[in-house]
Design a protein around this ligand. Structure first.
Ligand SMILES: NC(=O)c1ccc[n+]([C@@H]2O[C@H](COP(=O)([O-])OP(=O)(O)OC[C@H]3O[C@@H](n4cnc5c(N)ncnc54)[C@H](OP(=O)(O)O)[C@@H]3O)[C@@H](O)[C@H]2O)c1
Length: 325
């Protein structure tokens, strides 16, 4: 669906971990214009310098809570990747109002402004925590996912199509447990919630590649889910911080023992596209949603459940590589 060499692209949250991986990839793909939208001035200036003031970049200071600013930023945009969010479970638990305003109201603002501006392809980055959410972060991301998918109905006959990508924890992203352990390991002690908990993992490069390939393939109304391996927290800790003493705290408020990428109760049909799944909600825009346009797509049996306690394990050599990083 996308033609990067001709498309103007906007990334909300473009200065974050994912944005930092997406931006060089998009510049390398030849985008003519790439806008970053976020609040922090310092992060934008630093990024501008790191990318040697590439003339294709535009930096918009703005909050996703601000509709007027979003409307201005979307002029001339063909593809929008919505990555801005409050993403820490504990932060959202403690500041529910702020989480709603940024993650839920912000998502609705993006959808409304994108439809009004005629942005063609609009993709939100979601999380496994949005599936059967136990914490406030997950609940806000579930709302945001649904706001996006349902946005197709409001786009009507206009050019805008909206979809979501949903994946697990990103290795080494800002504030991730791997980043925390890498900082702590020199001290000989690391903090661990529950060693038996399991999580899905994806690298930043894989996440960026996945998002861009979904922007290419989306028709409107899908939730794309990559096929990801998982680890126990214990195995990950042994790889990233071997020989360290564990300070055990127990799961934090709202944390699950195991995560779910696709629940057996997802509304809609799940299709296997080889390297990923596409969940087609009843709000998928294309008339032929029972016969999707992706070559080789196979419809999964109803009740498919993808959970981190039963998923394939992250291969040993990959764990070792994360440990060395
Ligand atoms: N990291 C993970 O493990 C993971 C896993 C699954 C899904 N996700 C999702 O992936 C997306 C990107 O995650 P990330 O790891 O790149 O996050 P991140 O590193 O924390 O970056 C968040 C970005 O959003 C911006 N932002 C925050 N609040 C904003 C607001 N109100 N208005 C405008 N911009 C705002 C931040 O910049 P300012 O603070 O300067 O505004 C920053 O650029 C998020 O939607 C997250 O839910 C992340």
């Amino acid at each position: 669906m996308t033609r990067w060499r001709h498309d103007g692209v906007l990334i909300t949250g473009g200065t974050g971990s994912l944005g930092r991986a997406l931006v060089p990839a998009l510049l390398a793909a030849g985008v003519p214009r790439l806008a970053i939208y976020s609040r922090g001035e310092h992060a934008q200036v630093a990024m501008q310098g790191d990318l040697e003031n590439d003339p294709r970049l535009r930096f918009f200071i703005g909050d996703v809570r601000d509709r007027e600013r979003l409307r201005r930023a979307m002029a001339g945009v063909d593809v929008l990747i919505h990555a801005a969010a409050l993403k820490h479970v504990t932060t959202c638990e403690y500041n529910p109002r702020e989480a709603v305003l940024t993650n839920v109201v912000g998502a609705q603002n993006i959808v409304d402004a994108a439809i009004d501006a005629g942005v063609r392809c609009v993709l939100i980055v979601s999380t496994d925590k949005a599936v059967q959410p136990e914490n406030f972060y997950g609940a806000t991301k579930m709302c945001a996912e649904k706001i996006f998918v349902q946005g197709n109905a409001y786009a009507g006959d206009g050019p805008t199509r909206l979809a979501a990508v949903r994946y697990g924890n990103v290795v080494g992203s800002r504030g991730s447990v791997v980043e925390v352990w890498r900082k702590q390991r020199a001290s000989g002690r690391i903090s661990i919630t529950d060693p038996s908990a399991t999580r899905f993992w994806i690298s930043l490069e894989q996440a960026a590649g996945f998002v861009l390939s979904c922007a290419d393939r989306m028709q409107g109304g899908e939730v794309f889910v990559p096929k990801l391996p998982a680890t126990t927290v214990a195995d990950l800790a042994r790889a990233v911080a071997p020989d360290c003493v564990w300070d055990l705290s127990g799961l934090r408020a709202g944390e699950k023992l195991h995560e779910i990428l696709i629940s057996a109760n997802e509304t809609g049909a799940v299709w296997d596209l080889g390297d990923r799944y596409a969940i087609l909600t009843p709000f998928a825009t294309w008339a032929a949603w029972k016969n999707p346009p992706w070559e080789g797509a196979i419809r999964c049996s109803p009740g498919l459940r993808i959970a981190s306690d039963i998923a394939d394990r992250v291969p040993e050599e990959v764990l070792e590589a994360w440990g060395r990083a």
